[in-house]
Ligand binder design. Sequence first.
Ligand code: ACO
Length: 371
Amino acid sequence: MSTTRGLEGVVATTSSVSSIIDDVLTYQGYNIDDLAENASFEEVIYLLWNGRLPNKSELEELTADLAENMAVPDEIFDYMKAYSIEDIHPMAAVRTAISQLGLYDSEADEMSEEANKRKAVRLQAKIPAIVTGFSRIRKGQKQVAPKKDLSFAANFLYMLNGEEPDEISETAFNKALVLHADHELNASTFTARVCVATLSDIYSGVTAAIGALKGPLHGGANERVMSMLSDIGEVDNVEPYIRRTLDNKEKIMGFGHRVYKQGDPRAKHLREMSRRLTDITGETKWYDMSIKIEEMVTGEKKLPPNVDFYSASVYHSLGLDHDLFTPIFAVSRMSGWLAHILEQYNDNRLIRPRADYVGPGKQDYIPLENR
Ligand code: ACO
């Protein structure tokens, strides 16, 4: 048997949700550049789940449906209060809470298409309250209930901070949500599809996906980019820091990609957002450092930045806690996971590859006392 390490280049399914062709990313045929400039995150959710953009009344219906379903059972917050919340990474808390949500959904194991679509709305609607609720509880603050008249992006920031965001923050956050929403067969989406291809339930699928997103080689990279920037501290320190890291053959977080070779099309949007936002906050050093790191890593290693690199300074400039960066990625990617899960259910076959065995040859069992 021949093996392909990390399944590189292996085409494991057909999908009409999103595509990466010649380094161009599209959601259902719409170029990400176009969507990032023009679309609300709610429109993108509809697009990913339905294969087309919504008209006005369809968008209003989805928005109302999401608003209706945003509340999370108190028991989930009680549970958060019961464990040692200061020591828990928010991704672990979100993974657990999303799994717990299934316990409070009487339709959790109902597998009809209609029930799965209803659950998709519930999951997408509730994940902001889980992330923001965790964040507030660990700071000793009360959770903030969502407002029905706010956009998805504004509601998240409102529930997190207890005050409505200004227009610049809302627009920037909406764009970040749009850019992270889906990405073909990335590791977490593949994980979700493998899980539900056993005909397991949708809650299991997204819980598994959150576990995969958490890792530093995937969504966990954005938080690590910010700790690298914090460690570097000043623009003048970039050169020796990056040189040392490259000489030690360590990875620079936020660079490289399995699929893109010329560059991640999402990065340029986040780079520009980083420039603008750091200009507004007056902390331009985060952008300046990022630019210098990009010049060095791209120049020397030919590795372009990925979506996680500039999202770090964008989120920092929006005043978000660094360990919430990856949970925020999950809030957005929930939309893509759900689209892929619904697509998988629609034309399912168990995903079960093979392994090329390289372990020991034939062994004879030795009784315990003789070992
Ligand atoms: N810094 C330095 N060197 C790198 C980096 C990096 N960020 N990424 C890849 N390389 C080097 C590797 O060391 C390897 O070099 P070698 O051939 O001399 O051993 C070569 O490039 C190929 O790298 P792989 O890790 O084999 O590439 P793979 O396709 O398996 O991994 C990945 C892709 C995981 C994204 C990788 O580039 C990486 O670890 N990047 C840093 C983490 C990161 O930013 N992850 C977020 C990705 S985007 C997302 O998931 C949302």
